[in-house]
Design a protein around this ligand. Structure first.
Ligand code: MN3
Length: 208
């Protein structure tokens, strides 16, 4: 079955002024759609066409650069849209407790995550993951790689991700990546990050 572009859970202008309407529209309908189209072309009539995106990424060293780049692109953007929200929120429950236990405070996590996002050279992503020990960890990856991939420097289940490719912010922020990163912290859907945290702790995180 072919992969499909997921609908955004909000309108293109819903994240203004933090993420602008035109960037969101181009990012979703052109960039993400492009990854889906190229991923489908790369796996058509191969055994990969029957696998979940997580299964494909977990064994990515066996597959082509087209599958790595476009499969990563599809997974990463699907996660990204799901953890954004126009309503302001805060981490709650087990996730809030784990953040306090491991980082000291939400502000301390923000600082660490923002540093990872700001210092990722060129194009890539910053992540908050649940690692093999069940602990939260901040990391980043180049291009459309992610921590699910068997080739990743740091592996784990991503529960929060930030796209730091220039296409994600250049129209509104030009070269000011740090401003885009701090804007992101106003529109995180912490309820969804919390859901992903619970699923990751049980070891059954799948895209949804
Ligand atoms: Mn992108």
């Amino acid at each position: 079955m072919a992969f499909e572009l997921p609908a955004l859970p909000f309108a293109y202008d819903a994240l203004e002024p933090h993420f602008d309407e035109r960037t969101m529209q181009i990012h979703h309908t052109k960039h993400h759609q492009g990854y889906v189209t190229k991923l489908n072309a790369a796996i058509e009539n191969t055994p990969l066409a029957n696998l979940s995106i997580e299964d494909i990424l977990g064994n990515i060293n066996r597959h082509s650069a087209a599958v790595r780049n476009n499969g990563g692109g599809h997974y990463n953007h699907s996660l990204f849209w799901s953890i954004l929200s126009p309503s302001s929120s805060k981490p709650e429950g087990n996730l809030a407790q784990a953040i306090t236990d491991q980082f000291g405070s939400l502000e301390a996590l923000n600082k660490k995550f923002s540093e990872a996002a700001a210092t990722r050279f060129g194009s890539g992503w910053a992540w908050l993951i649940v690692n093999a020990e069940g602990k939260l960890q901040v990391c980043s990856s180049p291009n459309q790689d992610n921590p699910l991939m068997d080739i990743a420097e740091v592996r784990g289940l991503p529960i929060l991700g930030l796209d730091v490719w220039e296409h994600a912010y250049y129209l509104n922020y030009q070269n000011r990546r740090p401003d885009y990163i701090s804007a992101f912290w106003n529109i995180i859907n912490w309820a969804e990050v919390g859901n992903r945290f619970e699923k990751a702790k049980k070891g059954n995180l799948v895209m949804g």
